[in-house]
Design a binder for this molecule. Sequence first.
Ligand code: ADP
Length: 286
Amino acid sequence: RPDAVGRLVGGGISRFAVSLPLAVLALSAVLVVVAMLQLRKEAELTRLREDFVSGVSHELRTPLAQIRMFTETLLLGRVRSEAESRRSLEIIDQEARRLTQLVENVLRFARANRGVSRVAPATTDLAAETLAAIEAFRPLAMMRRAELRPELQPGVMAVVDRDALRQVLINLLDNAVKYGPSGQRVTIGLALYGESARLWVDDEGPGIPPAERERIFAPFYRVERDAGSAVGGSGIGLAVVRELVVLHGGRIWAEAAPGGGARMTVEIPDAYIARPAVAAGDWAAA
Ligand code: ADP
């Protein structure tokens, strides 16, 4: 009863005394909403982490099982011919490479998350490094009978970390081979565009839907069609690739390849053409 207030409370109830509880109530409501959002984010992160751990474990298990099986075959002398023993050794080599690649990605990803990513850039001949990465990847491409075709402009130089460049290329090649059909052709291009070098990998797979072309670079993200499929993946490959490209001041994007598959393009700034120390013919031969 407002008329009784003057008699009960000396000086009446101040406006402050009324608005304070209201302010506290409003603040509590805001805090509850913030806490709920935080909890949801935590739950989402936990789920992503669990998916990641099971994805990585699955990816580790498959090559390990192959290595064990073929090592046992060799140890027990179960191979019938020289060709068969060579084939077993090739599979062991391929699977060991796959394990190395996966472990490198996980380590690089963990370092990026702790904010301690580092690169050691040096002036690099991009075509030569790209060819070296293609050679390192060839045994893995063989498994899916993919033909790797380099179309590289010779003499393009840029200041990059060679290990990082190799990791970028191997991740892109791995995706191209993994998501494209068996027996496809994978084209690796390199050219100077103005003052930047562009490196791209084209495949003949299903491509990446336009709506997902940005999201695929987020950690743990997998295109819906692949999330539940038999094609294994941890969802960190492209996140690692983007991290490495950005550390070089570059950018990466996905688009459609001329043949309809996926094209992943990496742009590296401050590139130039070196004075030819070797004739172009030598590059073609390489
Ligand atoms: P993953 O370990 O799942 O391959 P990535 O980070 O390398 O993780 O790729 C993220 C997702 O992007 C993949 O799960 C796949 O859905 C999609 N993707 C990447 N490269 C290609 C490609 N060349 N063709 C089609 N889809 C691709």
